[in-house]
Design a protein around this ligand. Structure first.
Ligand code: ADP
Ligand code: MG
Length: 418
């Protein structure tokens, strides 16, 4: 087949499986969107809306639902001849209220900086520098800009948990009408993946930001099947989908996280394998492709997790991989530490004390690379650890840091764990 031949492709429109593709009407989130709509509806009569706080694990449709809802609301506002504007900011990488304010101002002033944002405001003013003003002054500037927008304003702060405890802005914005005497109805929508952030909000912020809270539950397998079928229909060429593929992607994602993002990713990568693998001119996505996609995703996950590990974090992971290859996992901290000392010395590093090493076990567990198992059988109460990813994926990822791991692979084969 010629390299750029467009016959016999798996994808008809691959963009539809991309994470940032916006579905026309979002299924499976009617109840959540109804609640949000009732909070925002007063805007259509020129009244103050309720502020909204949306939370739930990653990939459960919070951002997609917000986008779909605001698109509907803007249409309704146009019909009702109400002037409504939107400013949206994704707060990833932003760690303070001050930065949120500066970025909101610049979102309105330098329009296309965030191409996926919903922001409708575009003001002809010079952007603010990132630092160097008193916070009060930046807040005032922000509220003046809201007034200049010319109508009522909805502010969407996505992934707001990154600001941590520096949450002044979430206190100030809901009170802006009074404190700064501006004549704008301001609706605030905060979105967070982090349950702790909500618990740790100061009580005064909680009262005003969380007037209506909407919890997005993980999707179950049936919901994911329906979500995937719709997208697959548009994304894939006719007849390339084997029967069990969508249910398998849905089941894997439902079991792990309930994330539509994960389910879509499995299907997209499986499609890649089908499109680029050997074929007799009649490519099909099979369950085997989905299984390979899962391994590939896990491998990427470990590689990404590994990038954040220190040298000793990697040594700890290598130790657990050795034990896993020997069929010895789950294993207790004490034994892991003994092996870790040997592994470290062989790799030319001074081993850490047991407690410091244990911190790495905890980190790896939080990253989903290891699983902790409480063993309360027998005397005493031990924590045991094992890999939470395929051994093969872990070894692939470790090979980026350590030279020759063929011995671990051989051991694993001998013990039939690979
Ligand atoms: P979150 O913001 O909760 O992390 P997103 O809204 O970004 O999750 O959703 C992740 C991906 O899954 C996006 O590509 C989104 O379009 C898709 N998605 C989520 N929920 C649905 C749904 N109900 N129907 C169709 N696609 C969905
Ligand atoms: Mg999101």
């Amino acid at each position: 087949m010629a390299r750029f031949d467009l016959d016999n492709l798996v994808f008809a429109n691959k963009d539809v499986l991309r994470e940032d593709w916006q579905p026309d009407n979002l299924a499976e989130r009617d109840a959540e969107m109804d609640t949000c709509a009732s909070a925002l509806r007063p805007l259509l009569r020129g009244n103050q809306p309720d502020n909204l706080f949306l939370y739930g694990l990653t990939g459960v449709g919070k951002t997609a639902a917000t986008h779909a809802l605001i698109t509907e609301l803007l249409d309704a506002a146009a019909d009702a001849e109400r002037h409504l504007e939107v400013v949206e900011l994704n707060c990833t990488g932003i760690t303070s209220s001050y930065q949120v304010a500066v970025n909101l101002v610049n979102e309105m002033r330098t329009g296309d900086a965030h191409s996926h944002a919903l922001t409708t405001v575009s003001l002809e003013k010079d952007p603010l520098p990132e630092t160097g003003h008193p916070q009060k002054r930046v807040f005032r500037e922000l509220l003046k800009d809201f007034e200049s927008a010319g109508g009522d304003v909805i502010v969407v702060l996505d992934e707001i948990d990154t600001i941590g405890s520096d949450d002044d802005i979430l206190y100030e914005l809901p009170r802006a009408r009074k404190t700064y005497d501006i004549d704008v109805n301001l609706g605030l929508i905060g979105i967070s993946n982090d349950f702790k952030f909500r618990e740790n909000l100061s009580p005064k912020v909680k009262d005003s930001l969380c007037e209506k809270e909407v919890h997005f539950q993980p999707y179950d397998a049936e919901q994911l099947v329906r979500i995937l079928e719709k997208r697959a229909d548009r994304a894939l060429a006719d007849g390339v989908l084997s029967e069990g593929v969508v249910p398998l992607c849905a089941a894997m994602a439902a079991q792990d996280s309930g994330s539509a993002r994960q389910a879509l990713r499995l299907l997209r990568i499986a499609g890649d394998f089908a499109e680029n693998g050997p074929s007799d001119g009649d490519p099909r996505i099979t369950e085997e492709h989905v299984r390979r996609a899962e391994e590939e995703i896990q491998r990427q996950q470990v590689v990404e997790g590994m990038e954040e590990l220190t040298r000793h974090g990697k040594l700890v992971l290598l130790t657990v991989a050795h034990l896993e290859a020997e069929g010895e996992t789950p294993e207790r901290t004490k034994v892991i530490h003994q092996r870790y000392r040997q592994v470290s010395k062989r790799e030319g590093s001074d081993p850490l004390k047991r407690r410091a090493m244990h911190d790495h076990l905890t980190d790896l567990t939080l990253q989903g690379v290891l699983t902790k198992i409480d063993d309360t059988s027998g005397r005493g109460n031990y924590n045991q650890y094992e890999l939470d990813v395929e051994l093969d994926s872990a070894i692939d990822a470790l090979e980026v840091e350590f030279d020759d791991l063929s011995a671990v692979r051989e051991t694993a084969h001998r013990n039939h764990v690979l």
